[in-house]
Design a protein around this ligand. Structure first.
Ligand code: CTP
Length: 420
């Protein structure tokens, strides 16, 4: 049948599976036989499916079945003589849009949580930066066991893997309970929804600021702060992965595929953010901007004086968010950050209001091991509509993903509002 090109293009727009590379990981449980149906449904929806079986999965389903259904060689062996110098599975890990593990047994869940890679599937998962989804299938007691529950919590909360909840019913072993793999239709719909969600910021221009500004005193000294830039970089990475056009304005050097504009001082940051602001849909201001700078800059290195005391006169820097909060258009979304050492809630709430922000993300800098320099943080999110949300300790990337969810929801709300 000849297909109309225009129709194909429209089809691709509405069908998030179309043209996507999906690794279907099959672990060794009785539900493995359903992997053939999942593979078939994904392929018929236009996905390029590559099955990877664990050695135990081969007891339940054959490589030949999955190769035939997916029309791609199904893999199993971790170490294989290569015709080519390049290990094929590493290529696969790089180009995958999503890895779906269905069924996920208690054993593979434990291995994934521990970061093990003693067979091909777990190796691929570690080697890939693709989104991972798991559809557990196991005996209800195994699912209920604290070890399995802890492992699933690690996968969800720490690695941000998506869990496709198992169903209640009669299991192959004859027991009743929760542990049956979700239906093939539910799994395929969850994958499609995830891929669609993944591009939720496409067409949106997002500015993120990162790092701490440096205010020069003389050619060798500056006033700085402890900001590492990790939160801003995580935010820019997350927004970019969701299809946003990202501009990162940073004091910390990073090599990324999106636009990175390097700045040093609060003034440079102000000029750069202002130049980009008009055309942006959202501004996420994670940078720690110095509130004061030395009044004068000494061209020469300041020498130790004979006096015991030395004082530096400081002058106020512009408050970038405050300025932009005054001129922002209704459809622009501004998120500020507030690192506080006391009265977190009330200080953050005041800043939210004073700077006319849509949202502020506050954290308590007195909590040890999180915040400045750490990969993790625990934050409170306050919104202009009065809502409040606590995010317990988690990786900064997970916080960034959460903020992306909020921004995307806000944009889709705006799009559904009547225009007059
Ligand atoms: N900010 C800014 N320009 C400044 C100072 C801060 O745009 N000159 C932004 C920060 O990027 C952050 C938010 O304002 O998103 C809050 O910054 P913070 O330093 O916590 O608050 P300040 O307004 O500087 O107030 P204070 O230092 O008194 O806590």
């Amino acid at each position: 049948m000849r297909r109309n090109k225009k129709r194909d293009a429209n089809f691709a727009e509405v069908n998030p599976l179309h043209g996507k590379t999906i690794i279907l990981g099959v672990a060794g449980g009785i539900a493995a036989y359903k992997a053939c149906d999942i593979a078939s449904m994904l392929r018929r929806a236009g996905a390029d499916v590559h099955a990877v079986l664990t050695p135990n999965a081969k007891e339940f389903v054959t490589q030949l079945s999955l190769t035939t259904i997916t029309r791609n060689t199904a893999h199993c062996e971790q170490f294989q003589a290569q015709a080519d110098w390049k290990p094929e599975h590493i290529d696969l890990a790089k180009k995958a849009d999503l890895i779906l593990v269905a069924p996920a047994t208690a054993d593979i869940v434990a291995k994934m949580a521990a970061g093990m890679c003693d067979e091909l599937l777990t190796t691929l998962i570690l080697a890939s930066s693709a989104k991972v989804m798991i559809a557990p299938a196991m005996n209800p007691k195994m699912l209920d066991h604290p070890a399995t529950q802890n492992n699933l919590a690690t996968l969800q909360n720490h690695y941000r893997y998506d869990l496709i909840q198992p169903d209640y019913g009669e299991l192959a072993c004859g027991d009743f309970g929760t542990g049956k793999m979700a239906s093939v239709e539910t799994i395929v719909a969850a994958v499609a929804a995830r891929l669609l969600e993944h591009r939720t910021l496409s067409g949106k221009k997002i500015i993120v600021t990162a790092g701490g500004t440096r205010e020069p005193i003389d050619p060798v000294r500056f006033i700085g702060n402890r900001s590492s830039g990790k939160m801003g970089i995580a935010m820019a990475d997350a927004a970019y992965a969701r299809g946003a056009e990202v501009t990162l304005i940073s004091t910390v050097e990073v090599d990324r595929a999106y636009q990175v504009l390097m700045v040093e001082t609060a003034h440079e940051m102000q000029e750069t953010v202002e130049a980009e602001f008009d055309g942006c849909h959202a501004l996420v201001m994670t940078a720690a901007v110095a509130d004061f700078r030395p009044l004068g800059f000494s061209d020469q290195k300041i020498k130790k004086t004979v006096k015991e005391d030395f004082s530096l006169e400081l002058t106020k820097n512009p408050d970038i968010l405050d300025l932009l909060g005054r001129i922002k258009r209704d459809e622009q979304f501004i998120i500020g950050f507030a690192a506080e050492s006391e009265e977190l809630l009330s200080n953050a709430a005041q800043k939210l209001k004073r700077k006319n922000l849509d949202m502020i993300v506050g954290n308590d800098i007195t909590v040890p091991d999180i915040g400045f320099g750490s990969d993790d943080n625990a934050v409170i999110i306050l919104s202009a509509d009065g809502s409040k949300e606590n995010l317990p300790r988690q990786p900064k990337r997970a916080i960034a993903e959460h903020l992306c969810d909020i921004i995307a929801a806000r944009f889709s709300e705006l799009e559904t509002l009547p225009t007059h």
